[in-house]
Design a protein around this ligand. Sequence first.
Ligand code: FAD
Length: 408
Amino acid sequence: MERAEVIIVGSGHGGAQAAIALRQKGFEGSIAIVTRDREPPYERPPLSKDYLAGDKPFEKLLLRPEKFWADKQIDLLTGLGVTAIDPAAKTIECGEDRSIGYGQLIWAAGGNARRLSCSGADYRNVHTIRNRADTDRLRADIDAGAKRAVIVGAGYIGLEAAAVMRQRCLDVTVLEAQDRVLARVAGPELSDFYAAQHRARGVDLRLDTQLESILGEGERAHAVRLPGGEEIAADLVVFGVGIVPSIGPLIAAGAAGSNGIDVDEFCRTSLDDIFAIGDCAAHANDFAAGAVIRLESVQNANDMANVAAATICGDPRPYHAVPWFWSNQYDLRLQTVGLSIDYDACVIRGDPAEASFSVVYLREGRVIALDCVNRTKDYAQGRKLVEARLEASADDLADIERPLKDLL
Ligand code: FAD
């Protein structure tokens, strides 16, 4: 039977970084990455940004040049899905006829894009954006002359896709069930700003609006229907409604978890010698006041990968990394640091009307997060404020003449 001392399931940011970190820390045993992806490890953020726009070739998305993996003696088993795990025998099953033994297992399987279960959701021109094939299919529809797009969901991915499609001159309608955009991740100040920016650029943004069904003929959708009966014509539809964590085989093997695999501060699951990292790992986060959450970000995937690798190498260090994230829409570069969950006050620094401002979030008078729009300095300096959970006055935070680092 095949065997590797460390098997990593998934070749996204988490899986790739876990292998890189193991080698950087001097791990000399055999490492195999088993992944459903057909490509070598690549980054996902451009899939809804410059790769969707056609501004960046796929080769530029590769996390490392293709020969890196062979040079580092990391086996890349691509196009291979793990279907079951036997934690007693320490094996993974890939379909019916391939079983691979492991010494330690790192589960870095991310998640699958969620599709709403309404009628018409399976038409060929109804898209999600999670991997290269998804974006290639969407791009093919745009390149074939699609004129009208309906995007369901106004989170980061939906809004980024809306921005790209407006720039490619499609008519874009965004349907959002909540009363503001980015409701899950930001405060109303940022939501209002982004809603106004998209509307100013011609997006028909419908808040408090649910999708009822997708109408079509043959294999293709041609409209969406709203609950009141209104129909909106569509040459393509995109679901941007989050992910379902990819955890089935690990839960079936007995790992604790529900919305994600539960892990401790060293990214260990409840099963011996099995770690979980990245989008699929539910962990108590210091920057969310210890609440158990899943974070869907490159930062979290990379930093958890480093924690799991260090633990395997006998140098355990608890996960304590400041969350950060970015989003590009039109000429707006958003950079966020910290988590604004449960903030009780916020301060605007700069001028939203000039598209250069930061929202500083506080809890009990202490800085817990910043959302910075075209203000990279605030982002870089604000990080230290978040790390220190700095107590700061609203006047000081709002004073743009005063660099944030001076408040420390
Ligand atoms: P993933 O990158 O999802 O990798 C999961 C891997 O597991 C894949 O290789 C998959 O094929 C494999 N896999 C799944 N199930 C199995 C199985 N059973 N067997 C074998 N292999 C399996 N984050 C940011 O910080 N900033 C951004 O701007 C940003 N933009 C994004 C835009 C898009 C379109 C998307 C999709 C994500 C974006 N993210 C962004 C989120 C970020 O990409 C994810 O948080 C990150 O990729 C998570 O890494 P991961 O390794 O946990 O999972």
